[in-house]
Structures are given as structure tokens and as C-alpha cells.
Design a protein. Structure first.
Length: 213
């Protein structure tokens, strides 16, 4: 919907009102022009402004330009000079904003890098602890393995040498040598006992007869 501005303006206020309105319109439209350039030449602005504020400013300018007491030539000359000043101010502000943004981005990058370094250092520290713990466990397991092997020890009281096995819990087992086995071997004795037990279970009556006789 078209916006109209029908308020009365004093003749001596037409030029100041026009310049002030043009300045506000410049502040509103200038950033959009940069955004339009960034999109490329193919992007085209809309036929009518969608911003109510912009539409009102355009209606005010149209109202002044239609006034018969308004000197448009003088107004355009003064606006041209004013616009040059506004363009300079806008360029300075734009450059300052870019510098602030670049500075902020530069400060964020080292912070992110420091965070990554901290994470890497922490990961390296944990990995080193795990490796050291695994190494200690392996060393302890190896020590326990060799500590359980038979070793020769001399009894300080008798001076006799004994073969012992030291357990990880501090226990000690003495291995004694009873010499060469003679007679029936333990395995043979076990086999004979099993056979006798098996025969007793199968033929209990025959076993009783042999016992009584």
C-alpha cells in the first residue's frame, strides 16, 4: 500500500526538512546498497520499498518536491555536498567496523588454537600415564613370573641348600628330593587300587568268597 505524507511544512522549513529526510534515507539505504553489490549484478531490488520507515521517508521527500515554494535546484546542490560528507563518514565507519571484526576473529583463532593445544596436551598426558601403568603391570607380571620359579636358598641356621618357590603373596614352598623311587610307582599303585575298586563293584559275591577263603 502506498504511503502518503500530507502534513503542512512551513516554506522556510522545506529545504532543511528535505535535507534531513534525505540524510535519514541515506543512512537506511546505504548499507542495503553494499549488500546488493555483494549479491552480484543479477540481484535486483524490489519495485517498492517493503520497509515502512523507508516508505515514509520517500513520501516526505515526494511531499516536499511537489511544493511550489520548494527550490529543487538549490536543494539538489546542497544535497550533493552533504552526500559527499555522508559517504566519507560511512566509509570511515565501515572500515572501523571491519577492523573490529577482524580483530575479534584474530583473537578467537588463538583461543581456539590454545584450546586444541590444551586438549592435545591432556590427551598426551593421559596416554603417557596409561602406557606407564601398562609398563608397570607388565614389569610386575614378569617379576611375579620369575619370582615363582624354583631358586636355591641356603638356610642361615643349618647352612643347608634347599630348592624353594616364593609365591607372590610371600609364601614359600620347599621342594625336597627323596631320591630315586623304588618298588611300585605311585601311578602303578593308583591303577591297582582303581582296578580293585572296580572289581568289587562288579562282583561283590566273588570278592566275599575270596575274602572268606
Amino acid at each position: 500500500m502506498a504511503v502518503k505524507y500530507d502534513e503542512d511544512i512551513e516554506p522556510d522549513q522545506l529545504l532543511p526538512f528535505y535535507l534531513e529526510t534525505k540524510e535519514k534515507l541515506f543512512e537506511l539505504q546505504r548499507p542495503r546498497q553494499d549488500a546488493q553489490k555483494a549479491k552480484g549484478p543479477k540481484a535486483k531490488p524490489g519495485a517498492s520499498p517493503s520497509d515502512p520507515e523507508e516508505a515514509l521517508l520517500l513520501a516526505k521527500i515526494d511531499r516536499v518536491e511537489k511544493d511550489v515554494l520548494f527550490d529543487k535546484f538549490v536543494a539538489e546542490q546542497q544535497w550533493r555536498e552533504k552526500r559527499i560528507e555522508l559517504e566519507k563518514e560511512y566509509s570511515v565507519k565501515k572500515k572501523q567496523a571491519q577492523e573490529v571484526q577482524e580483530k575479534a576473529e584474530a583473537e578467537e583463532e588463538p583461543a581456539a588454537s590454545n584450546d586444541e593445544d590444551d586438549v592435545s596436551k591432556e590427551a598426551e598426558r593421559i596416554a603417557a600415564e596409561i602406557l606407564a601403568q601398562d609398563s608397570d603391570d607388565d614389569d610386575q607380571a614378569l617379576a611375579d613370573l620369575f619370582s615363582s620359579l624354583p631358586v636355591n636358598e641356603v638356610d642361615p641356621l643349618t647352612g643347608k641348600s634347599n630348592t624353594v618357590m616364593n609365591g607372590a603373596d610371600g609364601s614359600k614352598v620347599v621342594i625336597r628330593d627323596f631320591g630315586k623311587w623304588t618298588g611300585v610307582s605311585p601311578m602303578r599303585a593308583l591303577e591297582e587300587a582303581c582296578r580293585s575298586r572296580y572289581a568289587l563293584l562288579l562282583y561283590p559275591s566273588r570278592t566275599n568268597i575270596l575274602t572268606e577263603s
